[in-house]
Ligand binder design. Sequence first.
Ligand code: ATP
Ligand code: MG
Length: 274
Amino acid sequence: MSPRAEPALAVHDVSKAFRGVAAVNGASFSVAPRSITALIGPNGAGKTTMFDLISGFLRPDAGNIVHDGQVISGRRLEQTAGLGLVRTFQLTRTFLALTVLDNMLVGSPRHPGERLASLLLRPRRAWRTERLERERAEQLLDAFALADQARALAGTLSGGQRKLLELARALMARPRTLLLDEPMAGVNPTMGIRLLEHVRRVRDDHGVTVLFIEHDLEAVIRYSEHVIVMAGGAVIADGTPELIRRDRRVLDAYLGLGKAAPTAAAQVPGARPE
Ligand SMILES: Nc1ncnc2c1ncn2[C@@H]1O[C@H](COP(=O)(O)OP(=O)(O)OP(=O)(O)O)[C@@H](O)[C@H]1O
Ligand SMILES: [Mg+2]
C-alpha cells in the first residue's frame, strides 16, 4: 500500500456519552485498506462502543467517521452493512435452533422479506439467486471446516465452531471491512489461533480490511500489522505491534497498573521493565 492510499476507515474526533459519562472521548484513528488492525485497551476503554459507532448501532455525539471515502456516521446499521461494513459481536449471535446452513443464509444481504416477495413475483430469478447464495454458503462452510455440520442445528456446535460460523456468516454479506469484537473470546487457545489464521486468510483471499478487538496481546503481536490503543475513551497510542512492548503509556494505561509497571511489563509479551 502506498502511504498516500486513502484509509479504509477514518475516525475523526468522535465522542459518545451515556447519561453524561463519556464512553468515547475525542477518539481519532485510521485503518489502512486490506490491513489487519487491532484495537486494544483495558475493560471499559470504549472499544465496543467505538464499534457500535462505526457500525451505526449508535450515533456519535460529535465527530465523524468515513468509510471508503464516504461519511457514514449517523447512518443506521442496515445502511452501513449495505456499504460493506460488517461486524461480529463480543458474545456470538448464532441462531441455535436453526441449522448451520440456515444461519449462513440469514447472513446473506438479501432480507428474508425481500426474498419472499421476489419468490412470489419472479420465482425463476428468485430460485436462481437462492441457489447461488446456498452455493456460496456451502463453499464458505467448507473453507471454515464446517461442511460436515451444515445440516446440524447450530446449538450442537462447540463454542469455537460457533465463532467460526459467525466469521463465515459475516462473509456472506461480501464485506469490504470486517469489525470483529473479540473473535477469540471464550474459546480455547488452540481454537483462538485457528480463528485468527482464518481471519488472515479471509484478508488474503477476499481482500477485506479487518479491525479486531482483542485482549490476548500475544495474538495481537502475531496477527496484526497495526495497533490502536484506547484507554478512558481516547486513543492513547497508535503504531506497529512492537508498540505494545515498548511504549510506557501502553504498559501503564493498558494494564491499568500505573506505577506497578514492572509487574505490568511482565504480563506484556516480550516487554522489558526499565
Ligand atoms: N449502553 C450503555 N449505557 C451506559 N453505559 C455504557 C453503555 N455501553 C457502554 N457503556 C459504558 O461505556 C464505557 C465503555 O464501554 P465499552 O463496552 O465500549 O468498553 P470496552 O472497551 O469494549 O470494554 P471490554 O474490554 O470490557 O469489552 C464503560 O464504562 C461502559 O460501562
Ligand atoms: Mg467490549
